[in-house]
Design a protein around this ligand. Structure first.
Ligand SMILES: *Cc1c(COP(=O)(O)O)cnc(C)c1O
Length: 312
């Protein structure tokens, strides 16, 4: 279906940051598959892991234990300081899991219409709940009725979130990108996340960070929230986690980690051996190449150049 107005180019091969099209023309890939291919195209260690796993076992079911899924969950928890992981196949699905955790968390507290605070200019995906959470009317137009249980405030305005506490007793969580990606790479003030953390603590709300685009070393840390001293209750990942192999993750810590029990959520493919083995290889490459430090160095360079050369 024509859901994308595609550009007239077909890429047939990639290597590191380079791409080649069907005519053999070489490109420097500055898009990285929309922040997916963070360790480069055709990265050998990742390709080897995918091939090896394909020869061993692609899929069983989440009805059984899956060793690579457990290893990946442990790795992600160690890197983030969170406690539990639900694996999905995409970012939108990871956010769906987060939203379901928020609702169940609310219902467990006796809140009949649990409501999640979301931001202007945000992007959280294209499923019905995540397009409702998204702060872009282009994504929503034509798809009403939207999903209930969301209230929107200005991105970057912690006081607006605080003000809701006095008027809306149904709020259970705040869902926010630490840096807005699709919204135009918007970096909030340094105290924004700490202030949201304090508000959530005060009102017993979950702080849920969508790190689908800002995570996996993109901002110079494993996760963008690690530029602050706070911990989220829930964090979602996807995009670069598999470097192109579809995988998403919804991580939870503390009281949020024990909300889901057997039967509350599921996925046929989520957390399958192939995707998890690929993601483990991606993380290993990121660790060995110290990609976070490299991203910090290049990020500082680009930001300072943009600020001087594009100023005014
Ligand atoms: C890309 C993106 C999503 C959606 O991920 P999909 O894998 O396309 O469903 C959600 N949130 C953010 C911040 C994103 O950048």
């Amino acid at each position: 279906m024509p859901t994308y107005a595609r550009l007239p180019v077909t890429f047939t091969k990639g290597e590191d940051a380079l791409l080649w099209d069907t005519t053999g023309k070489q490109y420097l890939d500055a898009l990285s598959g929309i922040s997916v291919c963070n360790v480069g195209h055709a990265r050998r260690e990742v390709a080897d892991a995918i091939c090896a796993q394909a020869h061993e076992l692609l899929h069983t079911s989440n009805l059984y234990q899956i060793a690579h899924q457990e290893a990946l969950a442990e790795k992600l928890c160690a890197l983030s300081g969170l406690d539990k992981v639900f694996f999905s196949n995409s970012g939108a699905e990871a956010n769906e899991a987060a939203l379901k955790i928020a609702r169940l968390y609310g219902h467990n507290k006796g809140i009949a219409v649990p409501t999640v605070v979301v931001m202007t200019n945000s992007f959280h995906g294209r499923t019905m709940a995540t397009l409702t959470a998204t702060g872009n009317t282009k994504v929503q137009t034509g798809f009403a009725p939207l999903v209930e249980g969301f209230v929107r405030v200005e991105y970057g305005d912690a006081a607006a979130v605080e003000a809701l506490a006095a008027t809306n007793p149904n709020i259970v969580a705040v869902l926010v990108e630490p840096v807005q990606g699709e919204g135009g790479i918007r970096i909030p003030a340094d105290d924004y996340l700490p202030r949201l953390r304090a508000i959530c603590d005060q009102h017993d709300w979950l702080l849920m960070l969508d790190e689908i685009q800002s995570g996996m070393c993109r901002t110079g840390k494993w996760f963008a929230f690690q530029h602050t001293a706070i911990q989220p209750d829930v964090m979602t990942l996807a995009k670069a986690l598999g470097n192109g192999v579809p995988i998403g993750a919804c991580l939870a810590g503390g009281k949020a980690a024990s909300v889901f029990g057997p039967g509350n959520h599921g996925s046929t493919f989520g957390g399958n051996p192939l995707a998890c083995r690929a993601a483990l290889a991606v993380i290993e490459v990121m660790e060995q190449a110290n990609l976070a430090a490299r991203a910090a160095e290049l990020g500082d360079y680009f930001l300072s150049q943009f600020r001087t050369k594009l100023a005014g």
